[in-house]
Design a protein around this ligand. Structure first.
Ligand code: KG4
Ligand code: ZN
Length: 344
């Protein structure tokens, strides 16, 4: 069985075809991705209308590129896929609409089912795509530019959210801090790169995270970071080492906030940990969680960020399990825990 996946929920257009064998083992046979980062960099953040327009422009180009490679190598054409998975939420309404409309049109033309996919579930399942021996139950830490949540995964479509962010996502905390340091959008990875030259401590401090609070909150940190940068602006601009120490202390504060919620959950349940979403590309986060949890899985870097393969794989899993998904529609807010109940 072959499933096409389409991802357009935010600022990456992703398409992929995933092939499942009789035993349910999956492999990505082709994929293409177009990042809109250069477009949004001009504005310091994602501009929803521009993002939607850019998806509309690049989606047909990517699909053509994908299928021209696939038909040469595997004889796979748009008409020979068995289903089309598409991200229906959560995400930006106008962006989701482009992917869903395309999927609907293609599915109608080929007579195959369009399968709605939850973007966050896609991120989580990308670990099962790459580590076939990984079985629920496990804990997933979803850390992206739009989402930060700790989830207990009981099985396909069965999730309980232990905690999530009340305000900014971890990726947003990275990006907003990076913006104050004049790194181009989205500065998370650059801030992390700059912090990497510092080993273990910084002359600066930031307030400790509130461990007793159930959910994550990064808005207090955002204010503290803004003050720290304002007070030390001249030194940060003049001395690269001061700049690196500021980056280090910001990254340390964000990682502490993540660790203090996820590590106790993993230890109490004695289950593996999956870390997914864009921030899971962060090397320091990987090292710290690997040191503190016995069994940790990270999807490969190219599937940490948004991509079509995770959407194709999720759709294929639903198809194989004969599990029904909600109607094909746009769900710009679509909390994971509602996956087992019908949406209206
Ligand atoms: O999952 P993703 O590609 O898109 C969303 O669904 O949001 O995540 C993008 C986020 C951005 O905030 C980006 O700055 C952050 O992931 N990110 C990183 C790193 N690489 C990407 N944050 C910290 N360290 C990194 N190495
Ligand atoms: Zn994402």
């Amino acid at each position: 069985m072959r499933v096409l996946g389409i991802e357009t929920s935010c600022d990456e257009t992703g398409v992929a075809v995933v092939e499942f064998d009789q035993a349910g083992r999956a492999r990505v046979i082709g994929e293409a991705l177009a990042s809109q980062i250069p477009l949004h960099q001009l504005y310091g953040g994602v501009v929803p209308e521009l993002a939607a327009r850019e998806h509309m422009r690049s989606l047909p180009i990517l699909l053509e590129q994908l299928f021209s490679e696939l038909s040469d190598q595997h004889g796979v054409t748009p008409k020979s896929v068995d289903a089309i998975g598409v991200t229906c939420g959560p995400g930006l309404k106008g962006c989701l609409l482009i992917g869903v409309t395309f999927a609907q049109g293609m599915a109608g033309a080929s007579g195959v089912p369009p399968i709605p996919v939850n973007h966050i579930e896609g991120h989580i399942l990308s670990a099962e795509l790459h580590f076939p021996d990984l079985q629920p139950p496990y804990v997933a830490l979803v850390v992206s530019g739009g989402h930060t949540e700790v989830v207990v995964v009981e099985g396909l479509g069965r999730y309980s959210v232990v905690c999530r962010t009340r305000d900014d996502a971890a990726g947003e905390a990275f990006d907003k801090s990076a913006h104050l340091l004049n790194f181009p959008y989205p500065g998370g990875a650059r801030l992390a790169e700059c912090a990497a030259s510092v080993h273990g401590s910084s002359r600066f401090t930031l307030p400790k995270v509130a461990r007793e609070m159930r959910d994550f909150s990064f808005s207090g940190l955002k204010t503290a970071v803004a003050l720290l940068i304002e007070r030390n602006r001249a030194d940060i601009d003049a001395d690269p080492h001061v700049r690196a120490e500021v980056c280090w202390v910001i990254q340390d504060a964000i990682l502490n906030a993540l660790e203090c919620k996820v590590v106790p959950e993993v230890r109490a349940r004695r289950v593996p940990l999956v870390v997914c979403g864009g921030v899971s590309a962060n090397r320091a986060l990987r090292e710290r969680l690997q040191a503190r949890c016995p069994e940790v899985y990270f999807p490969p870097l190219k599937h940490c960020v948004d991509n079509g393969a995770m959407i194709a794989y999720s759709a294929g899993r639903y198809l194989m399990a004969k599990k029904s998904a909600p109607a094909l529609d746009i769900y710009s807010r679509w909390p994971l825990e509602t996956l087992s109940v019908p949406l209206s």
